[in-house]
Design a protein around this ligand. Structure first.
Ligand SMILES: [Cu+2]
Length: 153
């Protein structure tokens, strides 16, 4: 009798294993970080993300910075202000979402060292669904340089 019961137990165990996550991918393009201004330990990074399925950029980290945040630019009382997107940045399926000068950006703070043109910065991007992605940004001036680098991220 015991021999007949065994296969049933195995089947029950197999049914309990969690179904694997359906992999989802996010493509990353046009990635760069601005060089730091004299004496500053903050800078902004820009990139374009295209998610295969609806997703969300939830956090960013970098060994080059103590803190990395996802920021948005908003006009408040006639002033451009940047605030952290605490819930992350929505990535609608198939739509390129650009973080670009004057708009959303990745803010690196407490940089371990100043960044000069040509340096490389490693960034780890974490998503709600897709697997984490490690990317390397080249430090360079964005093609469309904002007029006031002090207030631009
Ligand atoms: Cu910022």
């Amino acid at each position: 009798m015991n021999r007949l019961l065994l296969p049933v137990v195995f089947l029950a165990l197999a049914a309990c294993t969690p179904t694997p996550k359906i992999p989802s991918k996010v493509a990353v393009a046009d990635i760069l970080c601005r060089p730091t201004l004299n004496g500053r330990d903050v800078t902004g990074c820009y990139l374009t993300l295209t998610a295969e399925r609806d997703d969300r950029l939830v956090s960013v980290s970098s060994p080059a910075a103590g803190t990395a945040q996802i920021h948005e630019m908003k006009v408040e009382d006639g002033m451009m202000k940047m605030t952290e997107l605490k819930d992350g940045l929505p990535l609608p399926a198939g739509q390129p979402v650009s973080l670009a000068p004057g708009g959303n950006h990745i803010m690196l703070m407490a940089l371990t060292q100043p960044l000069s043109v040509g340096d490389q910065v490693s960034l780890t991007l974490s998503f709600e669904h897709a697997q984490q992605i490690g990317v390397r940004a080249i430090v360079s001036q964005p093609a469309v340089a904002a007029k006031s680098p002090d207030t631009a991220g």
